[in-house]
Design a protein around this ligand. Structure first.
Ligand code: CMX
Ligand code: CO
Length: 142
């Protein structure tokens, strides 16, 4: 079901500072920046490699406010790994299968993710404490 690790989401207070860090220390390249109002975050995708069904990335996340998922996470746990995202061929199929296994879905239906992907979250309480995201890459990634 999982094609690859699409991205690891990292919560931070200052996205520009973290972008500069990854660029200067590791030579990573930002391929997309976005403000996602629905998710309450400012996001940047740093390309790592091409992988089956899409790329693999580091996703930096800065909250748009304290009362957002990432804002609450930062207040509680501080900066660090926020979620792991797996690439799937079809996110609706994957949700049906995973929901059928009794794992709690945060999103019953896919929503908009970075770079025109379709995404959905699984509840960390049913995933060994790991907030897990499913990603179906856009047909033609830009
Ligand atoms: N990883 C692991 N556990 C997490 C977590 C995370 N990122 N965020 C919250 N939790 C845990 C909390 O520690 C808490 O556990 P306890 O009850 O044991 O203390 C529990 O989940 C509830 O946390 P909360 O702070 O009360 O937050 P909410 O219940 O309001 O929401 C969650 C938690 C996961 C449902 C919510 O953050 C969510 O819907 N996340 C998905 C959307 C998201 O994170 N979007 C931003 C990223 C966008 C992108 O990738 O593009
Ligand atoms: Co993500």
């Amino acid at each position: 079901m999982f094609l690859r690790i699409d991205h690891v989401g990292i919560a931070c207070h200052d996205i520009e500072e973290k972008i500069a860090f990854y660029e200067s220390k590791f030579g990573l390249r930002v391929v997309s920046r976005e403000v996602n109002e629905e998710q309450g975050v400012k996001e940047a995708m740093l390309h790592i490699a091409d992988a089956p069904g899409g790329g693999s990335y580091i996703q930096l996340l800065e909250p748009l406010g304290p009362d957002t998922p990432v804002g609450k996470f930062l207040a509680k746990r501080g900066e660090g790994v926020h979620h792991v995202a797996f690439g799937v061929p079809d996110v609706e199929d994957a949700l049906r299968t995973i929901g059928g296994e009794g794992i709690r879905l945060i999103d019953e239906r896919p929503r908009h993710g970075s770079m025109n992907s379709s995404i959905a979250f699984l509840h960390p309480k049913d995933m060994g404490g790991v907030l897990t995201e499913l990603v179906q890459a856009a047909p033609e990634e830009s």
